[in-house]
Design a protein around this ligand. Structure first.
Ligand SMILES: [Fe+2]
Ligand SMILES: [Fe+2]
Length: 396
């Protein structure tokens, strides 16, 4: 799960909508939902400095809806768990890396070949690949986020409930992504591993703020979107690796992308089912997440020096075409089609308004982006130094 587009989020006000109420200050919300403002503490050694985030809303799903997820357990066993791959059929990072069990000369020869292949990749490519790797490496945050969702969390750490089985095995599959990219980057010698490791530590310490409110409706909309974003992003780093002379790295990124696609399929299938059993609830959740804008999982990244690191990383990803504002709009349109939202029936008035909002959103996003692009063009190109590549400058 990762990707890199930074779109502005609604922050710092109380009047945004949630799936169950229009105004947080006046609605009745079970059970003791809490809203608090998250103020990031001043920079200390363990936490990144960042601006205040959106208000923190918790437990926004009415408790009776937990039954929806209980009633879907058999369905999840039959329709979601088969999208996991048996461990013995899974690739492992070692399949793509120099084999250290070989004699020393053969091993070092493989490392030399890896370094020769990566020599042709431009610095800005490494910015994107490092950002992707760091995002993958913050996996503990994502498992925590999913286990914050009411009705589907892993209650014991080894719960046999199919939602929990999925989350653990999904995490285990994802865990290989960061491991493989990290080792490949390490062997390439092109990046400053100490700075990268520091960024990972900051990021895991900072967490993420996706606005999913312990609400699995919101959580699964978020993960559907995110997994597709990741699929697109890794697919594009694969394409660029191929064009720049590293077919092994292309295969690595392509293999990771195909995992992301399978995960996207699982999460989208869950939302599809929610739309079937609770069309209005699911439609409102999609609209709520799109109003907030999908915040990327590594949006709090920090390397100890650049307070706008995520923004800069996102700008490079946008310039290289690895993940762009157009991709964001494309994902939305793809999900609208996949979930057949335009034809969705059985909605309440509020549900129909949410449907109208979501189905008309992609062209608006594209228009806003065009205007932002024009403003950026007027500012002209400028460079930013990245600690990840030994403080070399990259054009934004
Ligand atoms: Fe993923
Ligand atoms: Fe991943």
């Amino acid at each position: 799960m990762q990707s890199s587009l930074s779109l502005p989020t609604n922050q710092g006000h109380l009047s945004r909508t949630t799936p169950h109420c229009r105004n947080l200050t006046s609605c009745v919300r079970p059970p003791n939902p809490t809203v608090s403002f998250f103020r990031r503490p001043p920079p200390i050694s363990a936490v990144a400095a960042a601006p205040a985030r959106r208000p923190q809303v918790t437990h926004s799903m009415p408790p009776e809806k937990i039954e929806v997820f209980k009633s879907l357990e058999n369905w999840a066993t039959q329709s979601v768990l088969p999208l996991l791959k048996p461990v013995d059929h899974c690739w492992q990072p070692q399949d793509f890396l120099p084999d250290p069990s070989q004699p020393y000369d053969a091993f070092t020869e493989e490392v030399r070949a890896l370094r020769d292949r990566t020599a042709g990749l431009p610095d800005e490519y490494f910015i994107v690949l490092v950002g992707d790797m760091i995002t993958e490496d913050a996996l503990p945050t994502y498992q925590t986020m999913i286990n914050s969702l009411d009705g589907v969390r892993d209650e014991t750490g080894a719960s046999p409930c199919p939602w929990a089985v999925w989350t653990r095995a999904w995490t285990a599959e994802e865990n290989r992504h960061g491991d493989l990219l990290r080792t490949y980057l390490y062997l390439s010698g092109r990046v400053d591993m100490a700075k990268i490791e520091r960024t990972v530590q900051y990021l895991i310490g900072s967490g993420m703020d996706p606005g999913t409110e312990n609400n699995p409706y919101l959580g699964f909309v978020y993960t559907s979107f995110q997994e597709r974003a990741t699929f697109i992003s890794h697919g594009n780093t694969a394409r660029l690796a191929n064009q720049n002379g590293d077919p092994v790295l292309a295969r690595i990124c392509g293999t990771i992308a195909s995992d992301e696609k399978r995960h996207e399929n699982a999460y989208s299938r869950i939302v599809e089912k929610l739309l079937e059993v609770d069309p209005t609830g699911a439609m409102l959740a999609i609209a709520d997440m799109m109003r907030k804008k999908i915040t990327m999982p590594a949006h709090l990244m920090y390397d100890g020096t650049d307070p706008r690191l995520f923004e800069h990383f996102s700008a490079v990803a946008q310039r290289l075409g690895v993940y762009t504002a157009d991709d964001y709009a494309d994902i939305l349109e793809f999900l609208i089609g996949r979930w057949r939202l335009e034809k969705l029936e059985g909605l309440t008035g509020e549900g129909r308004r949410a449907q109208e909002f979501v189905c008309g959103l992609a062209p608006r996003i594209r228009r806003l982006q065009e205007r932002a692009d024009e403003r950026a063009k007027k500012m002209g190109p400028h460079g930013v130094r990245f600690s990840w590549i030994f403080n070399k400058e990259v054009a934004l």
